[in-house]
Design a protein around this ligand. Sequence first.
Ligand SMILES: [Zn+2]
Length: 159
Amino acid sequence: MSTCCSINNKKEKVLTPGNCPTCQAKGKKVGLITLFQLIKRPFQKEINRSSQYYFCSSKECEVVYFSNQNNDFLFKKEHLIVKVGQKESTPKQVCYCFDYTHQDILEEVQKTGKSTATQIITQNIKEGLCACEMRNPQGSCCLGNVKEAENQATEKCKK
Ligand SMILES: [Zn+2]
């Protein structure tokens, strides 16, 4: 078979706006309010107010926020005032508004056979008591992550 130039072209690294420049994973859009609330003050001046930022949730990746535009600063774990649960082994924070870690959820399932986290968090959200946009590094509600942590805990306790 003859060599084809299109094969080589495919190998070129394309820096798409929504993909992490370090690990290439697809990021999640975050608003400026999340960056301003969670980035340490000395680095807040690096935030470009006209850029769309994305959150990288890959465990092994140091990058937290990126835009891939205008040579914007790359915000890494060290630039945040909180630890990013998705990027830690322990304690793995899962809900930032009401302070749940993976360990908290696991311990409750071990003790009582079930987790009340989703129920309690859902109730608090209904009453307007959450602030995910400002407290959670992913800039959005934690419930999906909490449910995942509950399923993992339930699985672990079955064994
Ligand atoms: Zn990444």
